[in-house]
Design a protein around this ligand. Sequence first.
Ligand SMILES: [Zn+2]
Length: 240
Amino acid sequence: MLNRRQILAALGTTALASLAPSALFAAAAIKPDDTSALLVIDVQNCFLPGGSLAVKEGEQVVPVINKIAKGFANVVMTQDWHTPGHVSFASVHAGKKPFETIDLPYGKQVLWPDHCVQGTDGASLSKDLSIPQAELIIRKGFHKDVDSYSAFLEADGKTTTGLAAYLKSRKIKRLFVAGLATDFCVAWTALDARKAGFEVYVVEDACRGIDNQGSLAKAWADMAKAGVKRIQSSDIAVSA
Ligand SMILES: [Zn+2]
C-alpha cells in the first residue's frame, strides 16, 4: 500500500491540484482494520521529562498516541520492566558510565542509567495515556542478565516474549508502532516484527529518539532496509 507521501510524489503537483481534497484524503489515509494493531512502546515515567532516562520531548508523543489509538480496536502496550541491578545499568559495571558500551555474551550492550525498575513509579505507564481499550501490556527486560529493547525478542536474539504468537493467534497482520525511543525499543520492535512476518508501520511523530552516537539515523536506515514503512500520524484515518 502506498502512503500519502508516495502517492503525492507519484501524482506530482499538477495532477494533485485537480483532485478534490476530500478525494485525496480518502485515497491516501491508512485505515486500521480488525487485522491491525497499534503497539505503544514504553511510554513510562522513566523515559519522560523528570525520569532517569528521559527522552527529549518524550511527553509530546502522548497526545499523538492517544489520538491515533482511537482508530484502533487492537492496542498492545509494552513496559520496560527491569530487576534491581539489571545488567543494562551502568551502575552495576565498575568504572562504566551511562551510554558507554560493554560486550556481553549476547553482544554489545549500551549501558543506561538505572531505569524502569519493577514496581517503581518510574516504571509506571504515563498517567496521561488514554487508551482504555488496550488489550495486553507486555513486560520485557525482566531477566536480570539480558536486556530486551524489542517487544518480540530479548537481546540474546532467541528468547521470545510470546508477543508474535499472541498477535498471530489474534489474526493480526499489520502493526503500527509508536512510543519511546525511536532508535532503540521502537526500532528493535519494528525490525523483529518484520522478521516475524508482519506488515509494519512506524508512526514517526508518535515517537521520539535518544540519538546516542548516530543511533537515530542508523535505526531509520535499518528499518527502511527491512521494509518498515515510515508514516506520520496524519496518514492514519482515526474516525470511523
Ligand atoms: Zn531498559
